[in-house]
Design a protein around this ligand. Structure first.
Ligand code: AMP
Ligand code: MG
Length: 349
């Protein structure tokens, strides 16, 4: 299949391109598009055969459900059995935006979209291109991240091209995304609501609105405990090709330990990658060193994480050593993804 790649500017939408992309979706095809979180791989969510093509293109296990993207609240009524009051409160504050909620699904949503579950994950994105495409494509787009299953999620169109060229009809290239990590997933069908995946909308932000909010225990433990409630979180996602190890502790001690492990590996003839920050980058002496952002603003770290992991795949390093991040605010989501990428391999100093 020839994949058409179209550049698109969210400040000046080209309605011809949006219309063509929408028609591909209406006819059961696949279009990758930018959202504020990561690039999504879209298909008509209410067309089971179309949704199945997503699994084939990504090599995604069929029990890993898709998120349905909508453009307005009316669209929600049709695909869910009930809308809890708490969901309306959250939607008013954080939709459109980087937050997904889990509802009981109505019969119009095929099981092919929900991985066989009776619940459906729904998000209303804020990215202008995503909104226009949802409307042009019939109102309901099932879209997971537009990467091959197991690779880091795409944060620019080049990443999508690497993984999806020849497998999908179209890529809408809207440049680099704003956030760089997938949406927060909140199960609002349970009381108290439970976070199944951390993201840019944090536990603190949700608690301010809802009172108590819990976090799926599986996110806090090492792998091998209870299975996570978001089926996708059980897979070793976001994995770079090289072995990744996270070093946590006091700033100077971390740099010292990373330098020590790096030297040890280099002496053995290994190629070593290092993930540092603007604050520490000058202190790394050997290895392939990449700056992921500044600790002064962890949104910069979220923004670069997946791109840096992909760059290390190109560099052909044998192992990657990364500093740990704060665990507060968006740093919590960064650490969740980083630890998953590392298979929970962490050294405390
Ligand atoms: P992705 O869009 O690739 O970031 O993946 C979507 C994530 O949403 C996966 O981790 C899924 O397991 C999760 N998800 C989608 N639908 C549901 C659902 N009905 N219940 C729980 N988790 C879900
Ligand atoms: Mg994904």
């Amino acid at each position: 299949m020839k994949t058409i790649i179209n550049k698109i500017n969210d400040r000046q939408l080209n309605s011809d391109i949006i219309k063509k992309a929408g028609n591909i979706l209406r006819e059961g095809g696949l279009v990758a598009f930018p959202t504020e979180t990561v690039y999504g791989l879209g298909a008509d969510a209410l067309n089971e055969n179309a949704a199945k093509k997503i699994y084939a293109a990504k090599g995604r296990p069929s029990d890993n459900p898709l998120i349905v993207h909508i453009a307005d609240m009316e669209a929600l009524e049709k695909i869910v059995r009930d809308i809890p009051d708490a969901a309306r409160t959250v939607a008013e504050r954080y939709w459109p935006g980087p937050l997904t909620m889990i509802f009981n699904k109505s019969s119009v949503v095929p099981y092919g979209t929900t991985g066989g579950l009776d619940t459906v994950a729904v998000r209303m994105p804020s990215h202008k291109v995503a909104c226009a495409l949802i409307e042009a494509g019939g109102g309901y787009i099932a879209a997971p991240s537009a990467n091959t299953s197991g690779r880091p999620s795409p944060t620019k169109a080049e990443h999508v091209k690497e993984d999806m060229e020849g497998k999908i009809e179209m890529i809408l290239d809207g440049g680099t995304v704003e956030i760089g990590l997938e949406s927060t997933i909140l199960d609002i069908s349970v009381t108290p609501p439970m976070i199944l995946r951390p993201g840019a909308v944090t536990k603190e932000m949700l608690e301010e609105l809802l009172g108590e909010v819990t976090v799926d225990n599986a996110l806090l433990d090492e792998e091998g405990g209870d299975p996570p409630k978001a089926p996708g979180m059980k897979y070793r996602h976001y994995a770079p090709k090289a072995k990744l190890c996270v070093v946590e502790g006091d700033g100077e001690a971390v740099v010292k330990e990373i330098n020590r492990i790096a030297d040890e590996n280099i002496q053995k003839g290994n190629r070593v990658g290092i993930i540092g920050t603007q604050e520490s980058i000058g202190a790394y002496l050997n290895g392939v060193v990449k700056c992921i952002g500044t600790r002064q603003d962890e949104t910069t770290i979220a923004n670069h994480l997946y791109a840096v992991l992909r760059e290390f795949d190109e560099e052909d390093v044998d192992c990657i050593l990364s500093e740990a991040f704060s665990g507060d605010g968006i740093g919590n989501a960064v650490m969740n993804r980083l630890l998953k990428a590392a298979g929970h391999h962490i050294i405390q100093v």
